[in-house]
Write a protein that binds this ligand. Structure first.
Ligand code: HEC
Ligand code: HEC
Ligand code: HEC
Ligand code: HEC
Length: 498
C-alpha cells in the first residue's frame, strides 16, 4: 500500500516536473521579451511596502507572518500556537543540562512567524545576543549592507548598538522581499555574504545555481547551521561549517569535523564537563538536502511551505511561511492523494519515531555528561593510567553531543529526512553508549560507586533560566511517544527532575 502511494506520488511528481519545465521554457520566452523593460522595483529597495504596492496580494500574505498560529494542529511544532510561546528547554529537559554554560541553556525557543525574528531577538535573554552585531546576520535585510560598509564595526558592536545602526523604521523588520528576490527581475536571489562564502566553499558559484539549489538557498541562507567564529571574545565572522562537503552531502559528520578541527568554531564552555565545544543551529537545508525522498524528487522548501493561496481573486504563493500541518496539508495535496488527516498521521508517525530516538540519545548523552563530571571530580584525568581512555570517552561523548544538538535543532522533528534522522540518532546513542562503558570502567577501577541509573539532577539546570524569558514549564515537556525511554528513565517528569 505504501508502495502504491509512493508510486502515485512519483508519477504526479514527474508530471509536475514536466509541467515545471514547460513553464520555465515559457517564462524564458517572456523574459527575453522583457529584457529591456525597466526594473520591476527600484534597485536595492529594502522597504517591503514599496514592493507591496506592486504585489499587493503577496504583500498581504507576507504581513500575515505576524499572525497567531492555530492551536492543536501540529503535534510538536508549537511556536506561538494560540498565542502561547513554547520553548525547547521545557520540551526536552536534557537540553538545559547539556547547554548549561551559555545562552542556549537558559533561552531556546521554538520558532514562530518571520515577522518576529528581530523582535524575538531583542526580547531574548541578554546572554543569547552576546555576539553583538553578528546576531543580526540572518535576521535583518540590512545586515548585508552593514557588513559591506564595515564588517569590523558590525562584529565589534554590542547588540543594541548594531540595532541602532539600522534605519529607525526597520529595527523590527525581519526577512523581506529583498532577502529572496532580485529587484530587477523578481527572480530568486540571495545577497548574504555568509551564503555566498558557504556555496563557494562547496564548489558552487552563487550566481549560477540550479533552479532547485536557488529555491533551497533562499531559505537555506538562514535555515542552516553556522558558527560565530571567535578569537577569545572577539567575533571574527559568521560562517557555515560546510567546507569539505558537497551539495546534497552536507552531512552531520562533515559539520562535526569542521567544528572539531577549527578552534575558532569552539564558541562556549559546557559547565557540566568543562569542555570547550562548538554548536549546531537549525541545520534545515543541510538535513533536507542529505538525500531525503523529497529532495531527490527535486523539491525545495517552498513546495511544502508556500502553497498557492488566493487573495483578492489573485492566486500567489503563500508568503506566510508556517508548518504545513497548520495549513491543513494543502501543499502536500498538490502531489499526494491522501486526505489531510491521513497525511497528518503520516507526518506524526515519522515524528514519533524520531522523537523516541532523540529522547533516548538525549538522555544517554546527558548521562555521559554527568559521568564525565564525576570523573573530573574523582579521577586523575591527566594521569598516564587514566588519560588515554578518558580522552577516548570524551571523543565519543563529543560525537554524541553534536548529533543530539543537530537533531534537536533541525526544525521538522525528523520529517524533512526520516531515514537520515534515524541514522544520526542511532549513531548518537551508540557513541554515548561507548563513552558510558569506558567511563564506568574507569570509575569502577578507581572504586567510585556509580548507580545503574545516574542521577541527572535536572532541576539544577532547568531552574536557572535567565532574567527575561519563560520559566521552565513542565507542562510543555514532550514525553517519549514510543514509551521506550520510559523503560530506561523514570516515568514522570517529577522523577526526572529529582
Ligand atoms: C533572513 C533569514 C530567514 C530566511 C531567508 C528564511 N527564514 Fe524562516 N525563519 C527565520 C527565523 C529567524 C525564524 C524564527 C523567527 C522567530 O521565532 O522569531 C524563522 C521561522 C520560520 C518558520 C516557522 C514559522 C512559524 O509559524 O512558526 C518557517 C516555517 C520558516 N521559517 C520557513 C522558511 C522558508 C520555507 C523559507 C524560504 C522560503 C524561510 N523560512 C526563509 C529566518 C529566515
Ligand atoms: C524568504 C524568502 C522570500 C521572501 C522574504 C519573499 N519571497 Fe516572494 N517568493 C519566494 C519564493 C520561494 C517564491 C516562489 C518562487 C518559485 O515558485 O520558484 C516567491 C514567489 C513570489 C512571487 C510570485 C512570482 C510568480 O511566480 O508569480 C511574487 C510576486 C513575490 N514572491 C513577491 C514577493 C514580495 C512582494 C515580497 C515581500 C513583501 C516577497 N516576495 C518576499 C520567496 C520569498
Ligand atoms: C515535503 C514537504 C516539506 C519540505 C520540502 C520542507 N518542509 Fe519544512 N516542514 C515540513 C513538515 C511536515 C514540518 C513539520 C511541521 C509540524 O510538525 O507542524 C516542517 C517543519 C518546518 C519548520 C518548523 C515549522 C514550525 O512551525 O516550527 C521549519 C522552520 C521548516 N520546516 C523549514 C523548512 C526549510 C527551510 C525547508 C527547505 C530546506 C523545508 N522546510 C522543506 C514539510 C516540508
Ligand atoms: C511536489 C510534489 C510533492 C509534494 C508537494 C509533497 N510530496 Fe511527499 N512525496 C513526493 C514524492 C515524489 C515522494 C517520493 C516517493 C518515493 O520515492 O517513493 C514523496 C514521499 C512522501 C512520503 C514517503 C517518504 C517518506 O518521507 O517517508 C511521505 C510520508 C510524504 N511524501 C508526505 C508528504 C507531506 C506530509 C507533504 C506536505 C507537507 C508532502 N509529502 C508534499 C511528492 C510530494
Amino acid at each position: 500500500m505504501h508502495h502504491r502511494v509512493s508510486a502515485r506520488a512519483g508519477i504526479v511528481g514527474l508530471g509536475l516536473l514536466i509541467l515545471a519545465a514547460m513553464c520555465a521554457a515559457l517564462l524564458t520566452g517572456c523574459g527575453a521579451a522583457e529584457e529591456t523593460a525597466p526594473s520591476l522595483i527600484p534597485a536595492g529597495e529594502h522597504d517591503p511596502a514599496v514592493w507591496g504596492a506592486r504585489y499587493p496580494a503577496v504583500y498581504q500574505t507576507w504581513l500575515a507572518t505576524a499572525s497567531e498560529r492555530p492551536a492543536g494542529k501540529s503535534a510538536y511544532k508549537r511556536g506561538f500556537d494560540g498565542g502561547v510561546m513554547f520553548d525547547k528547554l521545557s520540551e526536552y529537559p536534557f537540553m538545559p543540562l547539556l547547554f548549561n554554560g551559555w545562552g542556549f541553556g537558559i533561552d531556546y525557543n521554538e520558532p514562530r512567524g518571520h515577522y518576529y525574528m528581530v523582535i524575538d531577538q531583542a526580547e531574548a535573554d541578554p546572554s543569547r545576543v552576546k555576539s553583538g552585531g553578528a546576531c543580526l546576520t540572518c535576521k535583518s535585510p540590512y545586515a548585508e549592507d552593514l557588513h559591506a560598509a564595515d564588517s569590523d564595526r558590525l562584529f565589534a558592536s554590542a547588540y543594541a548598538d548594531a540595532v541602532a545602526m539600522l534605519p529607525a523604521e526597520a529595527r523590527e523588520q525581519g526577512a523581506s522581499c529583498i532577502d529572496c528576490h532580485d529587484t530587477a527581475t523578481l527572480e530568486l536571489d540571495t545577497r548574504r555574504w555568509t551564503a555566498d562564502a558557504a556555496l563557494s566553499e562547496i564548489g558552487l558559484d552563487p550566481a549560477a545555481l540550479s533552479t532547485q539549489q536557488q529555491r533551497l538557498m533562499v531559505c537555506g541562507q538562514c535555515h542552516c547551521t553556522y558558527s560565530v567564529m571567535k578569537d577569545g571574545t572577539e567575533v571574527l565572522d559568521v560562517d557555515f561549517p560546510w567546507e569539505g562537503s558537497t551539495w546534497g552531502e552536507i552531512r552531520v559528520e562533515n559539520v562535526i569535523e569542521n567544528l572539531e578541527t577549527q578552534e575558532h568554531r569552539l564558541e562556549w564552555t559546557q559547565n557540566v564537563t568543562g569542555m570547550k565545544l562548538g554548536f549546531i543551529r537549525h541545520p534545515d537545508v543541510e538535513f533536507f538536502t542529505a538525500g531525503s525522498p523529497h529532495y531527490n524528487a527535486r523539491m525545495a522548501c517552498n513546495d511544502c511551505h508556500m502553497p498557492d493561496v488566493t487573495v483578492n481573486h489573485e492566486t500567489v504563493p503563500d508568503h506566510n511561511l508556517m508548518s504545513p500541518l497548520k495549513q491543513d496539508m494543502k501543499a502536500c495535496q498538490r502531489c499526494h492523494y491522501d486526505t489531510a488527516d491521513e497525511l497528518r498521521a503520516k507526518v506524526i508517525a515519522i515524528q514519533d519515531a524520531n522523537l523516541a530516538s532523540l529522547i533516548d540519545a538525549g538522555y544517554r548523552t546527558a548521562t555521559v555528561a554527568k559521568l564525565i563530571e564525576l570523573a573530573n571530580e574523582s579521577l586523575e584525568t591527566g594521569s598516564a593510567a587514566v588519560k588515554p581512555r578518558y580522552d577516548e570517552a570524551a571523543g565519543h561523548y563529543r560525537q554524541a553531543f553534536y548529533r543530539v544538538v543537530f537533531m534537536g535543532a533541525e526544525n521538522s522533528v525528523g520529517f524533512h529526512n526520516p531515514a537520515e534522522g534515524q541514522r544520526i540518532l542511532a549513531d548518537a546513542s551508540a557513541e554515548a553508549a561507548a563513552a558510558e562503558a569506558i567511563l564506568r570502567d574507569l570509575l569502577a577501577e578507581a572504586g567510585v560507586e556509580v548507580l545503574a541509573e545516574v542521577p541527572l539532577e535536572l532541576s539544577a539546570y532547568t531552574e536557572d533560566r535567565g532574567v527575561k524569558k519563560l520559566d521552565f514549564n513542565p507542562a510543555q515537556h514532550i514525553p517519549d511517544p514510543s514509551g521506550s525511554a520510559q523503560k530506561k528513565w523514570p516515568e514522570s517528569l517529577e522523577a526526572l527532575l529529582r
